[in-house]
Design a binder for this molecule. Structure first.
Ligand code: 26W
Length: 721
């Protein structure tokens, strides 16, 4: 069965698309030649394009890799998103503190050069604001995503085109804000409501356009699932489920049974996080007041589902099931539960993540409907992250695999393993890395750039700032090494630059403290002549796709140190691997599969396993972080140093913040293992041949982490196309 995938997502992070699109079609050389004729370089054009920053991290970038790989595989797909006028935010740093500035990614005329407005596809989205009706017209703008070979998919960005409302002008303004920016601050009532308006706008416009396309083609709406599979990328667009139900029944007079049948064969849902705070729940009163027509359907679905549960479970057990599975519970709408109930397929994004979903977070659902659950491990496109990001390594790969087949089939990359132990190939690899490192240094402060060279180890921690990702543990490591090196100037140590980049959510205070801490360490260490010939700290502000390409290519060590069980998959880990950086990490997310692919001797693993973490979490009071300080006098000293710099962070370790237990991400528990793993890597780094060999083995084993493989898996296991 061939059907189009409608991949609906709140985020998309394609990076600059012009070069990628051109690279994937045979016409790229023609374009380059023409540029030259008129005295322009290709890079000149490339540099004119801004990064569409319509995402904040892994979720958005995954959508972009998905679209590109689907196009390469000629799988028809539209990525349905909102056309936010401002990107997530542009990160400035002032006195070491993150400052959020609007990210105006449109050109001066308020458009994006690669988009095409599709007037004829407009959709009307209805809201009720406490009884007053508002109708928002959404219009799509399509941006091409060209796959390798020339097949074209589209990112369909929905923007607000007009508002008709019974309410006054003041209230109307809120509807115009629907496409203002991604994830408005929901710690206030306005922001929270705006997020709901956004989720419904995306859901309703997407569903409406699918219905219109069916009609346009003369297809019976009963056959909708034959022509479309609608993918819910995390729960932000889960309202599509009741919306399709509602439209079929209200506008097309389906009886409930028939509408449900269409719904049940149309939707699939991918979960991207198990962090409880990210599993979205909406207050019922809010949903009822803003979209009562949709809420009514949800309420109905809830009752149908609860009735079914009542038939299968009795007494106390039924009550537990309701507590863990009901769509409406305790005054809230549980979006993940709505998505699981309405979708025919539910998947996690790495094997360990899917296991945790099935065994713990969604256990009752899994036991009740085991066939619905599958795993599809994430992947990234090698065309963006190798071919485009790293031309030198690409040439090296083509040379040693014998051809450029790896560009469309990454499993071919395995062939370079034959050369891993060859000294001349190792040398060539190290030369490539040197070039890439020098390019990376260009992104750093002049002062850092002047004082480091390509012989330095580049230890890189780039991703969103979040406590579970444990950038604060890396800071503690840096403080520890600083104190040790100061006391033992003769200590054997390969000079290292500790690099950070990433944004913290504007309202996430703890994470923002960590950014400040990085800058404090940078100030202290980079200016201390006792150590600054051996270590330097750097923070590259405003991390985005374009900078990421340079950073991954130029790094030696990839920090993937989340508390085991917390990182659903990670995709940065895969990009580093492909670019010949070695991983220091925990057995979390896709690190587990990376380890299976390349072997634990080719990475630096440490820390508690997910099972150990979960056991310790269940044993409240059992873990006493303070006790971890006694293992090594330098641990204590380093903690005290950080306590002086950012007491909010050490407070979390000793007492916990809000009502959370102390050190809930087990920084102190995992610390000794982490430092040892790092020192081991630093020692091995000094053995150039050994290091290069391990890097080449990592690249060779990265074939399974291509998003081409991921798309194949979705085709087979989820979309059935
Ligand atoms: C504002 C609420 C919210 C909640 C969750 C915003 C965004 C989310 C996302 C689901 C978080 C996210 O990006 N998750 C990441 O998804 C990647 C792609 O699957 C994974 O590789 C990462 O491990 C996961 O953190």
């Amino acid at each position: 069965m061939s059907r189009e995938i409608i991949y609906t997502t709140m985020e998309i992070l394609p990076g600059r698309t012009l070069a990628n699109n051109l690279m994937n079609i045979p016409g790229a050389e023609v374009f380059e030649k023409e540029c030259k004729k008129y005295g322009f370089s290709f890079a000149h054009f490339e540099d004119m394009e801004r990064d569409p920053a319509l995402g904040n991290g892994g979720l958005g970038r995954l959508a972009a890799c998905m679209a590109e790989s689907a196009a390469t595989k000629k799988i028809p797909m539209k990525v349905s998103v909102l056309r936010f006028r401002d990107g997530f935010f542009r990160q400035e740093v002032e006195d070491g503190y993150q400052k959020e500035m609007p990210d105006r990614w449109f050109g001066p005329d308020g458009t994006y050069p690669l988009e095409k407005k599709q007037e004829w596809l407009k959709q009307k989205v209805t809201y009720h604001d406490n009884g007053m009706k508002a109708t928002v017209t959404m219009v799509p703008y399509d941006v091409p995503v060209i796959g390798y070979g020339g097949y074209c998919n589209y990112i369909r960005m929905w923007g607000v085109d007009g508002v008709e409302a019974e309410c006054g002008e003041g209230k109307k303004a809120m509807y115009y804000d629907i496409d203002s920016k991604l994830y408005p601050d929901d710690s206030n009532a306005y922001g929270e409501k705006l997020r709901l308006l956004q989720e419904y706008a995306l859901s309703s416009a997407t569903v409406g356009s699918v219905i219109d396309c069916c009609k346009e083609n003369g297809w019976d709406l009963k056959s909708l699932p034959k022509h479309y599979c609608i993918h819910i990328n995390d729960t932000h667009a889960a309202l599509m489920i009741p919306e399709l139900m509602r439209r079929l029944m209200e506008d097309y007079h389906f009886i409930e049974k028939d509408a449900w049948k269409v719904v049940k064969h149309t939707f699939v849902y991918t979960n991207h996080t198990i962090l409880a705070e990210a599993l979205k729940r909406w207050p019922i009163w809010l949903m009822e007041s803003v979209i009562p027509h949709v809420y009514k359907v949800i309420d109905h679905m809830h009752h149908g589902f609860s009735k079914m549960l009542a038939e299968d479970y009795k007494g106390k057990e039924f009550e537990t099931k309701l507590k863990n599975m009901a769509i409406l519970y305790d005054g809230e709408v549980h979006m993940a539960r709505l998505a699981i109930w309405g979708a025919y397929s539910v998947n996690g994004v790495a094997q360990i993540h899917t296991n945790i979903l099935c065994e713990r977070e969604l256990r009752d659902f899994y036991e009740y409907m085991p066939d619905k659950f599958v795993n599809v491990t994430n992947g990234v496109t090698q065309r963006k992250w190798l071919y485009h990001a790293n031309p030198e390594l690409s040439a090296f790969l083509t040379k040693y695999t014998g051809d450029n087949e790896w560009i469309k089939d990454l499993s071919k990359i395995k062939k370079i393993e034959n050369y891993a132990a060859d000294p001349s190939v190792q040398k060539e690899f190290l030369d490539v890395k040197k070039t890439n490192k020098e390019r990376l240094f260009e992104l750093m402060d002049a002062e850092v750039r002047r004082n480091v060279d390509a012989g330095w180890m580049v230890d890189t921690h780039v991703k969103r700032f979040h406590e579970y990702k444990r950038q604060q543990m890396n800071c503690l490591k840096i403080a520890y090494l600083y104190l040790k090196l100061k006391d033992n100037p003769k200590m054997e140590f390969a000079p290292t630059v500790f690099l950070f980049a990433g944004k913290a959510a504007p309202a996430y205070k703890q994470a923002k403290c960590v950014i400040k801490l990085v800058h404090q360490l940078k100030d202290m260490i980079n200016h201390d002549p006792d150590v600054n010939q051996k270590m330097r700290v750097e923070f590259i502000k405003d991390f985005n796709v374009s900078k990421a390409e340079i950073i991954y290519a130029g790094s030696d060590l990839s920090e993937q140190i989340s508390t085991a069980s917390k990182e659903a998959s990670g995709t940065g880990n895969m990009k580093f691997m492909m670019n010949g950086a070695l991983t220091i990490g925990t057995l979390d997310g896709a690190n587990v599969e990376i380890c299976e692919a390349v072997g634990s001797t080719n990475m630096y693993l440490f820390g508690m396993t997910a099972a150990q973490v979960m056991r310790l979490e269940a044993n409240t009071g059992k873990y006493r972080p303070m006790e971890e300080l006694n293992q090594d006098p330098y641990v204590k000293k380093a903690v005290f140093l950080l306590d002086r710099l950012q007491p909010k962070i050490t407070e979390e370790w000793f007492y916990g913040v809000n009502t959370n237990p102390a050190d809930r991400f087990f920084v102190l528990k995992d610390f000794a293992g982490y430092v040892n793993a790092f020192l081991e890597s630093n020692k091995e780094y000094q053995n150039k041949a050994l290091w290069a060999e391990k890097c080449i083995r990592n690249i060779a084993c990265s074939g399974g982490f291509s998003s081409d493989r991921m798309v194949d898996d979705y085709c087979k296991k989820v979309w059935f196309v």
